[in-house]
Design a protein around this ligand. Structure first.
Ligand code: G1P
Length: 305
C-alpha cells in the first residue's frame, strides 16, 4: 500500500531556545533561508507523501501561515517581477495537503500520534519529528518507505550513537540484521548507559502500521510522565514484527543549540553563493582559536614550572 500520509508533531514548547521561542515556534527558526520545518515537509513530499497533518499546540500560528497562501506577498512579488521568488513562495503553499489538529496539552509523542488516528484511518503512515533534520542524497523517509515495502511491517529509522548519548533517545534491542535492516526484539525510551540494550538509536522517522493506534491506547505514562511512542512500539514488536533501518545521511538534532548550529553551518556550506564566503571565514576563526589555545597552554605550563 502506498504511504501517502504523514504526521508531524510540532506541539513542543521549545524551552531550550528561549527567549528566541518566546513568541515564535521553534520549528520556524531558520536554517539559512528556510524555517526548519520546511526541510521536514520537503523530505516528506520528496518521499511521495501527499497529505500532512501537523499536531500543533499553542503559539504555532506563524507555522500555519507559512504553509498558507500569502496573497499580499505574491501580488507584491508579481508587481516587482521577481518571478523566481514568486514561484518559490507559491510552491510552499502547494507542496502538499496540509491539515492541523491541536494537541491541547503537551502529553508526549505517543499522545500526539494518537491525535492523528481519525485522519490516518486504516492505512500505514509516516511520522517525522521536527527536531531531526536529515541531510542525505535519497530522502531518509524514502529510504524507509522502500524498506517498508519489502516487509509491510512497521519500520523505524535508526543510527548508532555514542554510548554517553543513549539517554536522549529511544534505543532498540536488535535481533538479526539483513543488510541495513535490523529486526527489533525490544525498545527502551531514554535508557541509562548501564541498562541500554545497544547504542542503536531511533532517529525521529517512523513508518507505522495503523495497529499502532491500539497499542498507543494500551500504554500508560512512561519516561517524563508522558505517553511515549516507544512504549507502543514495544507492544507492537511483541505482537507483530518491527524492523529498524540504518539511515544513510547526516542527522542533526536541531532541538539542541549545538546541533542547530551544526545544521546551519552544513546547509550554508551547501549553498553555492555562501560556500566561498563562509569557508574562509570559518578557517580564519578556527586558526585564531588554535593560536590562542596554544598560547594559553604555553602560559599555563610556564606557571606550573
Ligand atoms: C523522541 C523519541 C525518541 C527518539 C527521539 C529522536 O524523543 O521519544 O525515542 O529517539 O525523539 O530525536 P525526544 O527527542 O522528543 O525527547
Amino acid at each position: 500500500m502506498k504511504i501517502k500520509k504523514a504526521v508531524i508533531p510540532v506541539g513542543g514548547l521549545g524551552t531550550r531556545f528561549l527567549p528566541a521561542t518566546k513568541a515564535q515556534p521553534k520549528e520556524m527558526l531558520p536554517i539559512v533561508d528556510k524555517p526548519a520545518i520546511q526541510y521536514i515537509v520537503e523530505e516528506a513530499v520528496e518521499s511521495g507523501i501527499e497529505s500532512i497533518i501537523f499536531i500543533t499546540g499553542r503559539n504555532k500560528k506563524s507555522l500555519e501561515d507559512h504553509f498558507d497562501k500569502s496573497f499580499e506577498l505574491e501580488q507584491m512579488l508579481e508587481e516587482k517581477q521577481k518571478w523566481n521568488l514568486l514561484k518559490e513562495i507559491q510552491n510552499i503553499s502547494s507542496m502538499a495537503n496540509i491539515h492541523y489538529i491541536r494537541q491541547k496539552e503537551p502529553k508526549g509523542l505517543g499522545h500526539a500520534v494518537l491525535c492523528a488516528e481519525q485522519f490516518i484511518g486504516n492505512e500505514p503512515f509516516a511520522v517525522l519529528l521536527g527536531d531531526d533534520i536529515m541531510i542525505s542524497e535519497k530522502p531518509a523517509l524514502k529510504q524507509m518507505i522502500d524498506a517498508y515495502h519489502h516487509t509491510n511491517q512497521s519500520v523505524i529509522g535508526v543510527n548508532a550513537v555514542a554510548l554517553e548519548n543513549v539517554y536522549k533517545y529511544g534505543i532498540i534491542d536488535p535481533g538479526r540484521k539483513f543488510g541495513q535492516v535490523h529486526s527489533v526484539k525490544d525498545l527502551v525510551e531514554k535508557p541509562t548507559i548501564e541498562n541500554t540494550p545497544s547504542n542503536i538509536a531511533v532517529m525521529g522517522r517512523y513508518i507505522l502500521n495503523p495497529s499502532i493506534f491500539s497499542y498507543l491506547k494500551a500504554i500508560e505514562r512512561g519516561v517524563g510522565n508522558e505517553w511515549q511512542l516507544t512504549d507502543a512500539l514495544r507492544l507492537q514488536c511483541q505482537q507483530e514484527k518491527l524492523f529498524a533501518l540504518e539511515l544513510e545521511g547526516k542527522r542533526y538534532d536541531i532541538g539542541d543549540k549545538a546541533g542547530y548550529l551544526h545544521a546551519m553551518i552544513e546547509v550554508a556550506l551547501n549553498h553555492d553563493d555562501l560556500h566561498h564566503k563562509l569557508l574562509p571565514y570559518l578557517e580564519r576563526i578556527v586558526e585564531k582559536e588554535r593560536i590562542e589555545n596554544r598560547r594559553n597552554t604555553r602560559s599555563s605550563s610556564k606557571s606550573i614550572i
